[in-house]
Design a protein around this ligand. Structure first.
Ligand code: HEM
Length: 386
């Protein structure tokens, strides 16, 4: 296969992956993309799929740095004059001492709120969500849960984190989604309305007396944007995956599988974040492909998490499989996810609350995901409980 033909075929597959709304359809496409190698060239950059290559890129922020504002000056001159430019102080786009300072401030703010009290609040939010679901089931029988239950539930969890009302937090979700898409699919800018909604929310959330006091609004947006949408996506995936694997669900409810084992495998098998973006920090070779400084790198963590050279039977959902601690779902090293403890608290407590109350609950329609290259977020999930 010539490079040009291969490149075109890979581009078609990536475009299909970005467009699909069918849940799970991205994984067979990722498997096809492996034919082009663990790293392959596309457009004006490269795509990385192999486990060791993805780990190498995430680990080495000097050779493969985040897409910084300086990089954006090159690909999108004039962007700093736009009202949404303020939002580009997002943590993932920072480097060096600036990043370390902002990261440790955010880490401290999150740690302050993630004590025992927070776990009790999560339990309360789960109780509220199951009550709401019970009311919806008795009203209509069949419920689309993402909008009616999952989004308000996650908004409630974040409201507790930020000291803001759940209604306000839910109202910011569409803008958080738009923001996450902009981070993934730059260089277009977030529209003024979404940017304004996010900044207004973040300014209140960072206000005096709030758990996030001391962070800048832009830093709060860096938590609320991807955090809110990823947690929503993860809760949807958890419900969908437990539906697909009723035996494991039974084992979970009977106590023969620990919730943590289900959660870790879920995060490998069907994570809400499928990748991230990096830029070559110097002329460098990756997986035998030469890159020039400034070239874009699409890093597919979902592909690494199913790399058959690294995992035994990667497409099988197998809780407690060996090596799960090395899954790359939350990134790696300097920029690894600051929300991972919160995610684990929420996901490991949810199934007991949900399935003890609705043991016969089932997904009744093919679930729908939002079209996106680097996210895997259900937008529609219909359930029935008899
Ligand atoms: C299952 C859900 C989630 C997944 C799969 C996920 C995934 C990721 C990944 C892959 C990164 C690294 C990005 C990169 O290196 O370019 C990241 C960073 C980050 N995540 Fe998450 N995330 C999730 C939930 C959350 C939540 C709930 C929060 C907030 C409470 C959060 C806050 C952050 C922050 C602040 C960063 C930036 C860290 C830095 O650059 O130093 N995430 N996340």
């Amino acid at each position: 296969m010539t490079l040009r033909t291969g490149n075109r075929q890979a581009a078609v597959l990536l475009a299909r992956m970005r467009r699909t709304t069918e849940h799970g359809a991205r994984y067979p496409i990722l498997a096809q993309l492996r034919d082009f190698g663990p790293v392959f060239r596309i457009w004006r950059g490269v795509v990385v799929l192999g486990y060791p290559e993805v780990a190498e890129v995430l680990r080495d922020t000097d050779r493969f740095g985040p897409p910084t504002p300086a990089r954006r000056d090159v690909v999108q001159p004039g962007w700093r004059d736009h009202p949404a430019a303020l939002l580009s102080a997002d943590l993932v786009t920072l480097k060096g001492t600036g990043h370390r300072a902002a990261r440790s401030a955010m880490h401290r703010a999150l740690a302050r709120t993630l004590g025992e009290d927070f776990e009790a609040r999560v339990e309360d939010r789960i109780d509220q969500a199951t009550e709401r679901l019970a009311a919806e089931f008795s009203r209509t029988g069949s419920v689309e849960v993402m909008e009616t239950v999952v989004e308000p539930f996650v908004a409630g969890v974040f409201a507790d984190l930020f000291g803001v009302s759940a209604t306000d937090t839910e109202a910011v979700l569409p803008s958080a989604w738009a923001f996450a898409k902009v981070i993934d699919e730059a260089p277009q800018l977030l529209d003024d309305e979404a940017a304004g909604t996010l900044l207004d929310f973040a300014t209140r959330a960072a206000g005096s007396g709030s758990p996030m006091e001391g962070l800048s609004p832009a830093e709060v947006v860096g938590v609320v944007g991807p955090g809110l949408v990823n947690l929503t996506g993860a809760v949807g995936s958890l419900i969908q995956t437990l539906d697909q694997f009723p035996d494991q669900r039974e084992d979970l409810l009977s106590g023969s599988i620990a919730p943590g084992d289900i959660v870790e495998e879920l995060l490998r098998y069907d994570a809400p974040a499928h990748g991230t973006v990096r830029v070559a920090g110097e002329d460098v070779e990756l997986g035998g492909i030469p890159l020039t400084v400034g070239e874009a790198i699409i890093v597919l963590t979902a592909a690494a998490n199913r790399d058959p050279a690294h995992w035994v039977d990667p497409d099988v959902f197998r809780p407690a499989r060996p090596g799960l601690a090395r899954a790359l779902t939350f990134g790696y090293g300097t920029h690894s996810c600051l929300g991972q403890s919160l995610v684990r608290v929420v996901l490991s407590r949810l199934p007991a609350g949900l399935y003890h109350r609705f043991p016969t609950m089932r997904v009744t329609e093919p679930p729908v995901v939002r079209p996106a290259l680097l996210r895997n977020h259900l937008s529609r999930l219909v359930l029935e409980a008899t």
